[in-house]
Write a protein that binds this ligand. Structure first.
Ligand code: PLP
Length: 507
């Protein structure tokens, strides 16, 4: 494909995408296919001779679309939202075109510097404490990770390194292995499974703290676990507090948990994957009170802030905690931040090696906008993801983004109100943002049957959760284009299916 064909096909593709998104309501939200549907529809090997663009686009409609779950259909109410906006789509085209791999400042200065500035913009939108911002010379700063799971893992690994070094400095004879087998991390029993997974990958124990009646982690339960574990010779080093749990969007009590972490010298990481976006609205910012106690904080603009996947925003108060844990500098990745010479040459590399080392000892590198983000993350490579933030923040403005969040919360309350009006149903957790947990009063079996009917009918799509021993239906306001009429229609449909289920139960 040459550039003139790209111009033509690019315009066709933009039309295809706009048609897809404009017409998405007409597509069944959940596909009819069975596992393995796709393999028989495409050749077993790649074509020897090139196919045409038309053939491929036709096959998208014939082969791909029948197997797509349409997350941006306004009748999609499952999981949590995943962001989708036109400015982000356009920025992603540019990101693909520039196609840089911004592992270091020198690898593409704009990629690094825009990310640092966007993370400061976003941090200011959330009114994060100054300590988390990079500014010009700050010790903190933000980085875009691929996912909240990655952010939790990065935080856990950094905390692990920090505690191991601290204990080894105090007792030089202690081996890393001896320390690691005693390390223990904590999260509430409502935390996302990615927290437990971070423990598995990081080779440390994770303990679930029983949440209270509102599904929140409280001080007393955490303190009790810490005391018990310390008495047994274990070493508490890491706590994950969740703001907006996956099951029911509950909030751990940061103002209680935070001071305990400070007192015990334990790293506090906040996972606000979904709820974090709402903190740009003054009326929801109080949910973040206590963030000042945290060492790291993360949420996903790719969930609810109109920045398409992937864009998970993570801040740390001390960037040296990450860099100290993950920094390795092979010669081929070294550079000088003011390098205007021949970066590939050995001479230049050796010069910059010395420059780099002297900067480290002077404590003057990795400050402000001059950052090598490869030290802040697990992979080496990274895309120019901040372009999506820049386009979205500028084209919506903070007011536009706030209006978007508010609309979703309003729709969730509208649905909650409808549920309250039908005495056959109950609301199962406080509705704070865009998620409503509800169920038919009655057995789990009854609710499992209802969900089965809902998802078999494929007019709307929901997923369930367990709250304690109850099987609960979750309705999350997801699509950018969802309106009151969709929510009302969904509720009517659920009510009809509930009538069928209750009738079947009687027969
Ligand atoms: N944490 C919470 C509270 C979540 O709700 C989710 C996903 O919904 C995650 C973590 C995982 O997010 P990611 O897919 O970005 O790893």
């Amino acid at each position: 494909m040459n550039s003139s064909e790209f111009r033509r096909r690019g315009k066709e593709m933009v039309d295809f995408v706009a048609d897809y998104l404009e017409g998405i309501e007409g597509r069944q939200v959940y596909p009819d296919v069975e596992p393995g549907y796709l393999r028989p529809l495409i050749p077993t090997t790649a074509p020897e001779e090139p196919d045409t663009f038309e053939d491929i686009l036709n096959d998208v409609e014939k082969i791909i679309m029948p197997g797509v779950t349409h997350w941006h259909n306004p009748y999609f109410f499952a999981y949590f939202p995943t962001a989708n906006s036109y400015p982000a789509l356009l920025a992603d085209i540019l990101c693909g075109a520039i196609g840089c791999i911004g592992f270091s400042w020198a690898a593409s200065p704009a990629c690094t510097e825009l990310e640092t500035v966007m993370m400061d913009w976003l941090g200011k939108m959330l009114k994060l404490p100054e300590a988390f911002l990079a500014g010009q010379v700050g010790e903190g700063g933000g980085v875009i990770q691929g996912s909240a799971s990655e952010a939790t893992l990065v935080a856990l690994l950094a905390a692990r390194t920090k505690v191991v070094r601290r204990l080894q400095a105090a007792s030089p004879g202690l081996t890393q292995g001896a320390i690691m087998e005693k390390l223990v991390a904590y999260s509430s029993d409502q935390a996302h499974s990615s927290v437990e997974r971070a423990g598995l990958i990081g080779g440390v124990k994770i303990k679930a703290i029983p949440s209270d009646g509102k599904f929140a982690m409280r001080a007393s339960a955490l303190q009790e676990a810490l005391e018990r574990d310390k008495a047994e010779g274990l070493i508490p080093f890491f706590v994950v507090a969740t703001l907006g749990t996956t099951s029911c969007c509950s909030f751990d009590n940061l103002l209680e948990v935070g001071p305990i972490c400070t007192k015990e010298d334990v790293w506090l990481h906040i996972d606000a994957a979904y709820a974090g976006s709402s903190f740009i609205c003054p009326e929801f910012r109080h949910l973040l009170n206590g963030v000042e106690f945290a060492d790291s904080f993360n949420f996903n603009p790719h969930k609810w802030l109109l920045v398409n996947f992937d864009c998970s925003a993570m801040w740390v108060k001390k960037r040296t905690d990450l860099i100290g844990a993950f920094k390795l500098d092979p010669l081929y990745l070294k550079h000088g931040h003011q390098d205007s010479g021949t970066p590939g040459s050995l001479l230049s590399a050796m010069f910059w090696f010395c420059f780099h080392q002297s900067c480290i000892s002077a404590g003057s590198q990795e400050e402000g906008l001059i950052t090598d983000y490869r030290h802040w993350q697990l992979p080496l490579g990274r895309r120019f993801r901040s372009l999506k933030m820049w386009f979205v923040f500028r084209m919506y403005g903070v007011k536009g983004l706030q209006a978007y969040i508010r609309k979703h919360v309003r729709l969730a309350h509208e649905f909650e109100h409808l549920v309250h009006q039908d005495p056959r149903f109950e609301i199962c957790a406080e509705v704070t943002l865009g998620l409503v947990c509800f169920r038919l009063k009655g057995s789990n079996k009854l609710n499992e049957d209802l969900l089965e009917r809902i998802n078999s009918a494929k007019k709307i799509h929901l997923v369930p959760c367990h709250l304690r021993d109850k099987f609960v239906l979750r309705l999350a306001i997801c699509a950018r284009t969802v309106e009151s009429a969709h929510v009302r229609q969904a509720w009517k449909h659920i009510q009809q299916l509930a009538t069928d289920v209750l009738r079947a139960e009687k027969d």
